[in-house]
Design a protein around this ligand. Structure first.
Ligand code: PLP
Length: 447
């Protein structure tokens, strides 16, 4: 029998009292943003993880489709990562000064990232993209950076822009994402339409001022299986116009293939940025690229070069955890084939269900990255994602959570190697049953 939103909400509230208490205490202390899983009215707080699952403060178990915002390729607390961390701890985990742990991960990145003649470590994906922009500006002496409608490159001021939805699709205008972003940066940001040839004309128009054209390997807001064709053309346009081309592999690196989007789509940029997977679950970022470009990084006391540094950059604990994950992925290439199969199976089952029932909902996926959209219209760029039936979307995630499937508030979802056949079967069942509940309650209609 179909379950109503009211029932699901009441059931969830009854079984998440400890999370509710944390939410109440938190509001008096912590003001940081929270990628809340749902307004139910409180988020659930996670206490521990194991393989494909997380357990909340009340010990409820969920299939985790966030896996640390995409970073746990092997699931939670995988033995190879745990052993690497435990082996480092008795020897000391933080020196600031370069340690013996860095070379293994640097070598793995140099081998695994097609554009990597050189590697620089930092601590987050945001830092990596900030440094990539700085390197491009330092190398070229130009100041503008071109970014694509629908992107996310991290939290620094140069990346906090979005395309004004009221501006023309083919000539998007940049709007700051919230307050506090200096207006002066507006003129340094060229906004381009994603997967649209008008972007090429804009690159030609701005080429003398452009330091870098920067794009996600696959947009996480809009995972498009055919993203590669556009990337390859874009690389060529940049080469023809003497503009540096960069790929943000913070999500796609070592996820959509061992070689990331570069490997999957056969495209080699001048520079690429990494984070997430390569740190084994500890904070990490990295920039890889052509040697002549990367040589601008001179570190401390930069003399006409580009500064990079940071107390925690390349810290031994992260380096050991990251090398353990990448070595495991390198030695088990079948993981990628299986993830691809599982991601496609999930999307086909959910999309088949939606089509059979003529629901205005669809799942898009690139291998193990997936995203639900609550609309019937096709989605080619994020401008097409209209956040159709909001009440249906909210109700769907509430039912999923109540049935033990956690989808992050960002709605960007992932599978890991620990999500085996049985877990994916359960995901399909929960997603379809929840969509059915939403339909039965009439929440797909807007009137
Ligand atoms: C494509 C991309 N770039 C950069 C970032 C920023 O990484 P971090 O959150 O580690 O700063 C993210 C984070 O989700 C991302 O998805």
């Amino acid at each position: 029998m179909a379950v109503s939103v009211a029932t699901a909400q009441a059931e969830l509230l009854a079984k998440t009292a400890a999370s509710q208490a944390i939410a109440e205490d938190r509001s008096e202390v912590l003001n940081s943003g929270l990628a809340a899983n749902l307004e139910m009215p409180h988020p659930v707080f996670i206490d521990r993880g194991e393989g494909p699952h997380v357990y909340d403060a009340d010990d409820n178990r969920y299939i985790d489709t966030s896996v640390g915002f995409g970073l746990h390729m092997l699931g939670h607390v995988h033995p190879v990562v745990r052993e690497a961390i435990e082996a480092r701890v008795p020897k000391g985990w933080m020196f600031g000064i370069h340690s013996t742990s860095q070379m293994a991960l640097a070598n793995l990145l140099q081998e695994g990232s097609p554009c990597a003649e050189r590697v620089v470590f930092c601590n987050t994906g945001s830092e990596a993209t900030m440094y990539a922009f700085r390197a491009a500006r330092g190398y070229t002496g130009r100041e503008k950076i071109a970014l694509f409608d629908g992107f996310y490159h991290g939290a620094h001021d140069y990346g906090m822009w979005l395309a004004d939805p009221s501006s023309p699709l083919e000539a998007p205008r940049a709007l700051p994402m919230g307050n506090g972003i200096p207006g002066a940066l507006h003129d340094l940001t060229v906004m381009l339409p994603y997967r649209n040839r008008a972007a090429f004309d804009l690159i030609v128009k701005h080429r003398d001022a452009l330091a870098l054209v920067f794009v996600e390997g696959v947009q996480s807001s809009n995972p498009q299986p055919e993203a590669g064709e556009f990337l390859r053309e874009l690389a060529q346009v940049c080469r023809d116009n003497n503009v540096l081309f960069g790929i943000d592999e913070v999500i796609t690196g070592f996820r959509v293939a061992y070689g990331g989007a570069q490997g999957r789509f056969d495209v080699t940029p001048d520079i690429a940025t990494y984070g997430k997977v390569i740190g084994g679950g500890l904070p990490v970022g990295a920039i890889t690229g052509r040697a002549d470009l990367m040589n601008v990084f001179t570190g401390l006391g930069a003399d006409r070069g580009v500064f990079s540094g940071g107390t925690f950059s390349g810290n031994p604990l992260t380096m050991e955890a990251g090398a353990a994950v990448l070595n495991h992925l390198k030695d088990h290439p079948q993981i990628y084939a299986k993830l691809e199969e599982q991601g496609n199976r999930l999307a086909q089952a959910v999309n088949g269900y939606c089509q059979d029932r003529q629901l205005p909902a669809q799942m898009k996926n690139v291998g193990s990255m997936f995203h639900m959209f609550f609309q019937r219209e096709p989605i080619n760029s994020s401008r097409d994602a209209v956040h159709g039936v909001v009440q249906a979307e909210k109700a769907f995630y509430l039912h999923c959570l109540n049935r033990g499937v956690l989808v992050p508030g960002t709605q960007r979802a992932f599978l890991s190697a620990a999500h085996d056949d049985a877990v994916v079967d359960e995901l399909i069942d929960v997603f379809c049953t929840s969509l059915g509940d939403v339909q039965e309650e009439g929440l797909f209609t807007t009137d």
